[in-house]
Design a protein around this ligand. Sequence first.
Ligand SMILES: [Zn+2]
Length: 149
Amino acid sequence: MPLKPPSEMDSKRVEKSDEEWQRALTPEQYRILRAHGTERAGTSSLNAEHRAGMFRCAACGQPLFQSDTKFDSGTGWPSFYQPLEGAIGTSNDGAHNMQRTEVHCSRCRGHLGHVFPDGPKPSGERYCMNGAALDFAPASGGSNAGKKE
Ligand SMILES: [Zn+2]
């Protein structure tokens, strides 16, 4: 099978200009998702989110983590041991002279956090996410999908 040209392969990508993202996101979300920021530890309400449901990208709504892969890492950031297949991408982050693996949404490329190799079984990975980069949709329904105020 011939390889598809990149434009077709990326057709489900969400591309917005900087200005459009700034309008669509809160300042804190923009700082994290589009400018690789990190929220202060312990500030996200999602740290205490233990209901069943789906954690989605706050920028484009793509489902990223299921609630049953969330665990309490004690770091003050929402942590997961496994993303949904194909939901995230990673890149090498040499910022601050630390070798870390940066994690972003595969759909809109929004920065989500980092992944570390010290997570629990079965994956052994710890996806350390910024809560502001995530939206939680409880499984019981009643969520306003994609709604931003
Ligand atoms: Zn996204």
